[in-house]
Write a protein that binds this ligand. Sequence first.
Ligand code: DLL
Length: 437
Amino acid sequence: MSYNIYNPEAECMPREKLAALQSERLVSTVKRVYEKVPAYKKKFDDAGVKPEDIKSVKDLSKLPFTYKQDLRDNYPYGLFAVPMDEIVRIHASSGTTGKQTVVGYTRNDLKIWGEVMARTIGAGGVTSKDIGHISYGYGLFTGGLGGHIGSETIGAATIPASTGNTARQVTILQDFKPTFLLCTPSYALTIAEYMAQHGITKDNLCLKYGFFGAEPWTRGMQTEIENRLGIECFDIYGLSEIIGPGVAYECQAHNGLHVSEDHFILEIIDPKTGEVLPEGEKGELVFTCITKEALPLIRYRTHDVGYVIKEPCACGRTCVRIGKLLGRSDDMLIIRGVNVFPSQIEGVLTTIDEIAPHYQIIVDRIDNRDMLTVLVEMTEENFTDEVRKIESMAAKIKKEIENVLGISVNVRLVAPQTITRFEGKAVRVVDNRKLRD
Ligand code: DLL
């Protein structure tokens, strides 16, 4: 098969040439942040490293890490490396604790954002002939305007639908005939569900591709959305601190997400020791921005857990891939000492036909013992109030989850439409232990 590549020169650059380009860009970025950002000067001085010590990408690990806390300590604009009159856009990410993280873009940063997002949707096959429906939230969140800038850069007709009002979204999907959709995977399911309830089928739409991300989702969820909407789904990854969506993207080979390495250098580290891990090992993703003007973060700790796929990709891109993200180290639950990622539970649920892919995980501490309960919705077709049937279905799901997690869990089946639906990022875990601690 032939694979779509938006910018073959950049995406398929020989590795040696890429390393030379990364080195050149890293050296100048490090020099610039040292001169322009007092907080970085202090950080480098404290670590005993001078810009002259950084001669190539091989020296990257000499540099100190940047943490979300650094952005909070320098709230709102303290880490910007350009004067405010060069900033043309500001976004922020809310997070669940502490102050918002504020990020800025110069005109050139927006150009880069457009480029990496055009690579992202171009990898799925989008061209200027397509029509894009952007249902990530527009606003301080980077999803909406990030999708928007990529879609316009590639030259597609762009519909800035934003999130919410699913009835209106579905009308637009039918009437404006978009060929690709961008939103969170959980919102894609909400749209599919609304359509099913209103007798609208995938044949009433012209959608061909979907670019979903901003939250972890499993391969099973991907297949579910593909079947329901009749589209090819692509996983897209990014974070506001680095640029927003556009940091890494899935290609038509569907085996990992390519990183735009000419703009962002990826390292995988052991989150406990900070040591860079050998290729292929699972650890925390750390990114360094080497072309951004406004906010070129150095060795930014994402808390996202992933690994690099070594083998060359069938698509011909030379930029490395990260495997599908398993979740964040901070959404990892520790249940009676065992590490549990919500995505492991989702992985099991999406293989079982009788239930809908809507679930919630509740963690309690009862008599000093952690208890994990999974609420799972039955599908309309399999909905029953017959106790014996419910019990046997719950027992089957419980067994399958326990096989994967290696700990005992409770499973409760609930009626269709009883678990909260999400327009933006889904919140799937309620940890009551934290409320009491
Ligand atoms: O979520 C940017 C984005 C928008 C990415 C739209 C993709 C699509 P933040 O709000 O700063 O930015 O959240 C970043 O979301 O560190 C991950 O934990 C998570 N995340 C983003 N994409 C994925 C993905 C946007 N494809 C945080 N799979 C990141 C798993 C993801 N987690």
